[in-house]
Design a protein around this ligand. Sequence first.
Ligand SMILES: [Fe+2]
Ligand SMILES: [Fe+2]
Length: 323
Amino acid sequence: MKRFLHHDELARDSRFVRQDNAQSTVLATLPDDVDTIVNTFEQFSEMIEGSVKGTAAEPLFESYGPGFALTILNEPIDPDVPASLTRLLLRMHGIFVGEIQALEGAARSLWDFPDAPWDFKMNMARQAWDEARHVQIFEKLLNHLGGEVGMFPESTFLFECACSEEPAMRVAGVNRGLEGLACDVFRDMIKYAEKTGDERMRQAVDYVLADELTHVRFGSEWVREFTKDDPEHRKRVNEYRRTVDKQFSFGGARSDREDAAIPIAWDDRLEAGFTEEELKDLAELSSSGPTKKTLVEAARILRERHLAKREAAANGSASEAQS
Ligand SMILES: [Fe+2]
Ligand SMILES: [Fe+2]
């Protein structure tokens, strides 16, 4: 069996729609400038439209235009706002495919490094077992909310960004970057379930979060072990984890800002083995993208232009029909 699988080779059945990862990568590198953001999204408009066509995200594109992700990602999920169910389902589906990729990441770590210590392999096997259970839990929660597998496109961005060919970097990316993001997202989902009184969702996500803390701990311990006696190596691994964390902040949507859509789960992360110093660094690097004001303004312009384009197209075809 092949080692070091490329993200394009991840196997899915016919229910899944694969999305280009470019959009997620672009989100991580946006500057704090309205015009640049608007131009970037307009440039990708056709690709974004193509990637949501025929999926449950198509109405979001129709309502908000190519910058719909800016609105969806940067507004906290609130049961009282319009399209809240679609947005909740979009996030739940994103978590579901994230669990599949976490399963693939852990299972690949077990397979890709045959010379790694036995205890490392046992930890990765344990994690793969947990992630398989999480995939099932989130599939059930998706159904519980009225959604289904494949209703939104899947981006394999998480797997692509977190999987390095070097074992210390692999666990830094998957077990500290990806699993750390999972802690933030799950704490936020628990708060949402408490707000809506959804006891089933609250309890299920709480159980999953307990596992994720263990997975982050595997990462913290194995990075230490793989880089012991080599401070240079440890520094490079930490730099890699910081790059992954920057990408997983989606331009500040996951950050320590007061109005962040996904706040950093500070207490959970401390329990999982992150240090105060690492968390302060994460808060700083995740908040360094465009301000919320910039993103809201860019999203507004993109939406206006999109609706004007649609109206012009509709008028054009109406006058064609008349002549
Ligand atoms: Fe998981
Ligand atoms: Fe996990």
